[in-house]
Design a protein around this ligand. Structure first.
Ligand code: 6CM
Length: 258
């Protein structure tokens, strides 16, 4: 309780520094651009193995182990109508709505607000039997990538959220928990499809958003490979389906936010 109160006071009094002056900034900048390039690479070439498919949603993984731990990189692509890329990433990034869609978490704390587009989160995840409970401490950065030629079939806009494990002096370090190491990116692009006829106004029926989600999670300590792979196979499709439906339904009755 005391810890939470101290944190709350700190958050209220902390000046919002521009992110570019923060010591983490060079790393955030580099990883965000790297992840954008990685997300935009295709899944052809035989290294990616399709493990789940439903409608437009396709999920691929690469089986990979490090020091006996499953770290399978995951790449998912999806397309949804009725919401913009900005609306999608906003809901993915914002701490205010996280519990409305991420069913893998038990607790979430904002440890630090580095700037208006970068937050440091501490999350306690639900325990997966028979392994120790996991937590994650990571920075989360959201950014818009401007389009150069939206008229030539290029996306109207591109947005990215990038999450990566980090350290923080306010880390309360729960010894009962095993810390995971994660790198996650969520990339969305809005397309105006079908195109609007001259003089007509754009509606939600004209919005098509293409989504790519990539993650690499190192479980940080003992966890049986078969259990982990079974949980991922069930939970990742559930997450992406639920999340995108949630955003579309939530935005339905609201003005379009580009
Ligand atoms: O990317 C997702 N969520 C973001 C916001 O929470 C963030 C979180 C990444 C956590 C990565 C997984 C940690 C592994 C913890 C154990 C798995 C628990 C599942 C138990 C369910 C009963 O990037 C969506 C993450 C979706 C995970 C399936």
């Amino acid at each position: 309780e005391e810890f939470r109160e101290r944190l709350r006071q700190k958050q209220l009094s902390a000046p919002r520094k521009p992110a570019a002056t923060h010591p983490l900034w060079p790393q955030i900048e580099k990883l965000t651009m790297e992840q954008l390039g990685y997300a935009q690479q295709g899944v052809e070439g035989g290294v990616w193995q399709l493990f789940a498919e439903e409608g437009e949603m396709k999920m691929y993984r690469r089986e990979l182990e490090e020091d006996g731990l499953v770290v399978d990189p995951l790449k998912a692509v999806h397309q949804v109508r009725g919401a913009t890329a900005h609306e999608m990433v906003h809901h993915f990034w914002s701490p205010d709505v996280r519990f409305e869609w991420d069913t893998s978490i038990e607790q979430m704390t904002v440890l630090d607000r580095i700037s208006s587009d970068t937050i440091i989160f501490l999350q306690l995840h639900k325990r997966v039997w028979p392994t120790a409970q996991r937590d994650a401490l990571f920075w989360s950065h959201v950014r818009k990538i401007p389009s150069s030629h939206p008229a030539n079939g290029e996306a109207y806009d591109t947005w990215i959220v990038c999450n990566q494990s980090t350290d923080h002096p306010d880390d309360p370090k729960d010894e009962k928990c095993v810390r995971v190491d994660l790198t996650v990116c969520f990339v969305c692009q809005t397309f105006i499809d079908p195109p609007i006829q001259e003089g007509k106004e754009i509606t939600r029926d004209n919005l098509l958003t293409k989504i790519t989600y990539c993650s690499v999670v190192n479980p940080g300590g003992w966890a049986p490979a078969s259990v982990l792979r079974a949980v991922y196979k069930r939970e990742y499709p559930k997450f992406l389906k639920r999340f995108t439906q949630y955003v579309v339904e939530k935005c339905e009755s609201q003005p379009i936010a580009f």
